[in-house]
Design a binder for this molecule. Structure first.
Ligand code: NAD
Length: 354
C-alpha cells in the first residue's frame, strides 16, 4: 500500500481525504497539522486506533521537522492541503497567509526536494508533490465571461488568493527548475461534512438552525461554483495516480449558484427537516456591507481533467446540500467543539506544546 504525507489534514478537505483514504484502504497516512483554529481533531477521532494513520502536530514551515517525518515514514506522495483559507481573515491579517501559504509552501518544497533527491531511482520516478489550490487565483469574471481554464492568466484580488497564487508559482518553479514531480489542482468552493462554520454553507446552516440572522454580503448576487467535497477527494486521488508531472488541473462542480440562492435553498431544506412554527427561515436573511474587493463571479471549466483522467463531479447540488445539512444536524458534538471557547483549551490540554 502507498503512504501519503498529508498536510493540514485536520481541516475540512484534508480530513475528508484522509477518511476516504483509510476507509477505502487506498493509502497509509501521516498527517502534519499545526492545529490552527480551523483544525478539529474530532473529525478524525474514528482513526484513533488505526495503525495506518499517524498524526504529528507541526508547521509545514518547520523544515527540520518535515524532513524528519519524510525520512521516518518514506511517503510516496505529499499532498499539501495546509493553508490559511478564509478570505475575510486574510483581509484582517494577511501576514498569517503569507507565512503559511507562501513561506510554508516554500519550506515544504525545500524539504521535499531534500527527501526526493535521496530516493532510489524507482521511487524518485513515481513520487508526487500534489499542491491543492483554488480557483480564486484567476480573479473575477463578469456574467458573460467564459469559465476559468488552466491557461487563464492569474489575477488574484484578495490577500488569500494572492498568497495561494504565490504558492502555485513556487510549486511550478520547483518542477521546472529542479524537476520535483509536482502537480497542482485548482478547485472551486467545496462544501460537505466537517467544514468550519465560518464558510458560507455551514455558517448559514447553523445560524438558520438557531434562528440567528443570515448575513449576506452586498446584493447576494456573487456567483460561485460549488463542488461536493467527496467529488473533490476522488479527483485528488485520481490525479495522484494518473497525472503526468508538471500538470495543473481545474476541478469544479459544474454548479454555479449565487449566494442568495444558496442560502434560500438551505432555508427551504431546514424548514422541511426541522420546522419551526411561525418561522420561514429565509426571513432571517440580512444584507450586510460588501467585502472589500469582493470577486463577482468564479466559474470553472473542468474539461481537461475529464478529458485526460475521466473525472467529473457526481453529486448534484440538491443532494449534496441535503447530505451536508443532515451531517450538521447529526453531529452536534462536532459543532459544539468548533464553536465553543473551550475548543482552544481542549487543544492545549490534549496536544500541549508538542
Ligand atoms: P481549512 O482551513 O479547513 O484547513 C486548513 C488546515 O491546515 C487546518 O487544519 C490548519 O490547522 C492547517 N494548517 C494551517 N496552517 C498550517 C501550517 N502552517 N502547517 C500545518 N498545518 C497548517 O482548509 P480547507 O478548506 O480544508 O482547504 C484545504 C486546501 O484547499 C487549502 O489549501 C485551500 O486553499 C484549498 N481550497 C479550499 C477550498 C474550499 O472551498 N474549502 C476551495 C479551493 C481551495
Amino acid at each position: 500500500m502507498q503512504t501519503f504525507l498529508v498536510t493540514g489534514g485536520l481541516g475540512f478537505i484534508g480530513a475528508n481525504f484522509i477518511l476516504k483514504a483509510r476507509k477505502q484502504k487506498l493509502a497509509n497516512i501521516i498527517n502534519i497539522d499545526k492545529l490552527t483554529y480551523a483544525a478539529n481533531p474530532l473529525t478524525l477521532a474514528e482513526l484513533q486506533d488505526d495503525s495506518g494513520y499517524n498524526f504529528v502536530r507541526g508547521d509545514i514551515g518547520d523544515i527540520d521537522l518535515v524532513i524528519k517525518i519524510l525520512e521516518q515514514y518514506q511517503p510516496d506522495a505529499i499532498i499539501n492541503f495546509a493553508a490559511e483559507s478564509h478570505v475575510d481573515r486574510s483581509i484582517l491579517s494577511p501576514i498569517d497567509f503569507i507565512q503559511t501559504n507562501v513561506v510554508g509552501t516554500f519550506q515544504l518544497l525545500e524539504a521535499s526536494i531534500a527527501y526526493w533527491q535521496n530516493l532510489s531511482s524507482l521511487k524518485r520516478a513515481s513520487f508526487r508533490f500534489l499542491h491543492i489550490s483554488t480557483d480564486e487565483v484567476y480573479g473575477s469574471l463578469s456574467p458573460t465571461d467564459p469559465a476559468f481554464r488552466e491557461d487563464t492568466p492569474y489575477a488574484p484580488n484578495s490577500p488569500y488568493a494572492a498568497s495561494k497564487a504565490g504558492s502555485d508559482h513556487l510549486v511550478r518553479a520547483y518542477y521546472h527548475t529542479y524537476g520535483l514531480p509536482t502537480v497542482t489542482t485548482n478547485c472551486s468552493n467545496n462544501y460537505g461534512p466537517c467544514q468550519f462554520p465560518e464558510k458560507l454553507i455551514p455558517l448559514m446552516i447553523l445560524n438558520a438552525l438557531n434562528g440567528k440572522p443570515l448575513p449576506i454580503y452586498g446584493d447576494g448576487q456573487n456567483v460561485r461554483d460549488w463542488l461536493y467535497v467527496e467529488d473533490h477527494c476522488d479527483a485528488i486521488y485520481l490525479v495522484l495516480q494518473q497525472s503526468s508531472i508538471g500538470e495543473t488541473y481545474n476541478v469544479g462542480g459544474n454548479n454555479e449558484q449565487d449566494n442568495l440562492t444558496v442560502v434560500k435553498k438551505i432555508c427551504e431544506i431546514l424548514d422541511e427537516l426541522v420546522p419551526q412554527p411561525g418561522l420561514s427561515r429565509s426571513e432571517l436573511v440580512t444584507f450586510v456591507k460588501d467585502r472589500p474587493g469582493h470577486d463577482r463571479r468564479y466559474a470553472i471549466d473542468c474539461s481537461k481533467i475529464k478529458r485526460d483522467l475521466g473525472w467529473e463531479p457526481k453529486e448534484s447540488f440538491e443532494s449534496g446540500l441535503l447530505k451536508t445539512i443532515q451531517w450538521y444536524l447529526n453531529n452536534p458534538n462536532w459543532v459544539e467543539q468548533v464553536q465553543s471557547g473551550n475548543y482552544q483549551n481542549w487543544i492545549a490540554k490534549n496536544y500541549g506544546d508538542r
